[in-house]
Each structure stands twice: as C-alpha cells, then as structure tokens.
Write a protein that binds this ligand. Structure first.
Ligand SMILES: [Zn+2]
Length: 295
C-alpha cells in the first residue's frame, strides 16, 4: 500500500504546473497569433490532468527592469502598432498579464501558456532595428528572469531568433542566451554568436537529427557553473509544417525535454510561438514528459 501511495504522489506531485488565464483568449481572433492556439493547447493539457494556476499582472516596476519608460508609456496609451503587432484594445493589460504568467512560472518552476508571446520585444519595442515586433509587446521571459534576479541560461527553442531577448541581455553578465532558430528567416538576426548570445542558425526543415545534434553542441558549450536557473523560451513553430518549421515532431520535443533535464537546474517554461493549437498541446506535453522523465 505504501508503495502505491508513493507512486500516486510521484505521478501527480512531480508534474509541472501550467500557468493560464482565460483572459488571454479574449482578443485577436483574426490574427495568426490568435486565441485558438492557446485554447486548444489548454484543452489538451486539461484532458491530460495538468494542474493550472492563474497569474496576476506584472507591475510597472517589473516591466521597467527590462523596457524603457517611453515604450511602456506608449504601450499603455495604445500608441504602439506595426504590421504584425496590432494595438488591440487593452493590450497593455493583456501583455502585463502574460508577463505576470512568466513570472509565476519562474516562481513555481511551471510552464506559462499565456499570450501574447514576448521574445521579439526589445527594450523599446522592435529590437535590433527590425521592422516589426513579431506579435510581441513585452518580453515575458526577460521580465521573469530579471524579477528572479538569479544568473540564468535562457534557452530559446522557438523557430525564430529572439532578437528582443538578445538585445535586452547583450551586456548582462548574469545571463547566457542560447537560441536555435531557422535562418535566413524573420527577424533576420541571429546569424552568428555575439558575446553572451550563442546563436545556432539552422536551415528550413533541417529535421530532428540535425536539430538535436546542434542542441547537444550548444548545451555542451555552456558552463553550467555560471547559471542557477534555466528559462526556456518554448516555441513550437519549429514543428513540421508550422510557421518556422525545422521539421520537428512531437517526439523531438520529448528529446529536447530530456536534454533540459540533464542540466540539473530549476527550470521554467514560457510559451513563445507555435500556431497549430492541438499540436501545441501535444508538443508541450511531450516536452514536459521528456523533462520530467515521465512515460
Ligand atoms: Zn516563432
């Protein structure tokens, strides 16, 4: 009996918690970065018995550790818009809640599936001179890392280069940024490594073998003594056929999860891209199964 009880506790107690609020589904139904991608992921994860937690919005103080005051002021007034990134009604509050989701994930070592995403947002909006913010308003993962205040490895597995994250942390000695991404592709940055930003550009649809070899190489180059936490910018648009396809499948995300576990540090996950809803749910589940060593 004792063994059974232990196994039951193990099966549920070890499972990464999901950070989510229904509020993130109430805007942008016409956009490719729309609510369906998160709603379907949520429903899939709920069916798989994940536990959910509601975030609270990040404070302005939290935002100002990452972004310039002028940019925050403009976002608050709804004055920030580009061809990819609309100034939705109430976008400041929506973006603050998504940033708060990343902060809660950092606190509990959970996985925030909140939208909007964040890794293209730089200090003052569009980063590194790129023409759009690529569906991003506030850099959620950066806000969470700064709030924690601990040396961090940010592992960005979204199919696009996180130009915002690179810009924010470029001269920050407490952060190592590692990104695997499709190149040449939007946003056009990340062709080579610069200081603490280690970039691994990959050709379109390179496939799992090449991807995992590159990930092993990248993580092998990182000094694990230099960070105390791993923040994963978890994008799934690398999935075969998605917006930034690198030809990955569900199984590939499980393999990525296993490699994150090998780092043996506290980890949290923040959703970036991934535009096929149910596929996102399956990929998140596989990533977490790989990370937690669950079957
Ligand atoms: Zn992406």
């Amino acid at each position: 009996m004792k063994n059974v009880a232990y196994l039951c506790m193990d099966a549920t107690g070890m499972k990464t918690k999901i950070v989510f609020s229904e509020k993130c589904l109430n805007y942008g139904g016409w956009h490719v970065e729309g609510p369906t991608r998160v709603k379907m992921a949520h429903d899939f994860l709920k069916e798989k018995n994940y536990e959910f937690l509601e975030p609270t919005p990040a404070s302005e103080e939290d935002l100002l550790r990452v972004h310039e005051p002028d940019y925050i002021w403009n976002l608050k007034k709804g004055l920030v818009e580009d061809s990819d990134t609309p100034a939705y009604d109430n976008i400041f509050e929506l973006a603050r809640l998504s940033a708060g989701g990343a902060m809660l994930a950092a606190e509990i070592n959970g996985f925030s599936i909140m939208r909007p995403p964040g890794h293209h947002a730089g200090r003052s909006g569009a980063a590194s001179g790129i023409y759009t913010r690529g569906f991003c308003y506030l850099n959620n993962v950066a806000i969470a890392v700064r709030a924690l205040g601990k040396p961090a490895l940010i592992l960005d597995v979204d199919g696009h280069h996180g130009n915002g994250t690179q810009e924010i942390f470029q001269s920050d000695k407490k952060v190592i940024y590692v990104s695997l991404h499709r190149y040449p592709f939007y946003p056009g940055t990340g062709a080579y490594s610069e200081g603490n930003s280690m970039n691994f550009p990959l050709p379109a649809d390179c496939g799992e073998k090449k991807y995992l070899e590159t990930l092993d190489k990248a993580l092998g180059m990182v000094d694990t003594g230099k960070f105390k936490v791993v923040a994963v910018s978890a994008g799934f648009d690398t999935h075969r056929g998605d917006l930034a396809s690198l030809g990955l499948t569900e199984k590939s995300y499980r393999e990525i999860g296993k490699r994150i576990a090998v780092l043996k540090k506290p980890v949290f996950f923040v959703l970036e891209g991934g535009y096929v809803g149910e596929q996102n749910g399956r990929d998140i589940d596989q990533l977490l199964r790989g990370y937690e060593g669950r079957i």
